[in-house]
Design a protein around this ligand. Sequence first.
Ligand SMILES: [Mg+2]
Ligand SMILES: [Zn+2]
Length: 207
Amino acid sequence: MFKVIHQIVALTERITMICDVHDMVAFLDRDGTIIEEKDFIKSPDEIEFIPGSIEAIRILKKLGYKIVVISNQSGIGRGILTEKMVKEVNESFIRKLMENGALIDALYFCPHHPDDDCDCRKPKTGLIQKAAAEHKLDLEKAVVIGDKLSDLELGKNLGGKSILVLTGYGKKEWEKLQDVTIKPDFIADDLLGAVNWLMNLSNHNPN
Ligand SMILES: [Mg+2]
Ligand SMILES: [Zn+2]
């Protein structure tokens, strides 16, 4: 009996290892990508999901992606938001997603002012390194989706794919693309468009 249990445990560990290796991860921006950009979101009532973004998260999950939201919340460092406000907004954001069957694996935010020179404000990879350690993520298969050049640069810094969405600041950022060396792998109208592109790429059917 003990031997059988031992074998099952060993097998489970092997399956977990195999799954870990094959897990893809999507790092999603919050404001302007999943929910409407409103400069500094102070309270849960200001959360407004961009049409299709909840469905996009559900599809990503079905495709086997781990989903980690990475958000710069410099409003804290600027004295416009408190950490408590941001946490309340995040909790409500995650709860609303869950209620709609769209589970995310984690959410991390940088509270610092751009001048603080922290290592966690996008495009720096501090939060991603933290997420990778805490959730055993394989960064080689990472995709970053966001509405700002800093999101694209983050993708480049990771050596993964990046997709610019034209929601939020996306259209303004898109105009800047010709002046910079960072090029996204794809430009999508919105998060759902980005996920559809990934779906075609992987040739998977989420159903
Ligand atoms: Mg954004
Ligand atoms: Zn930071």
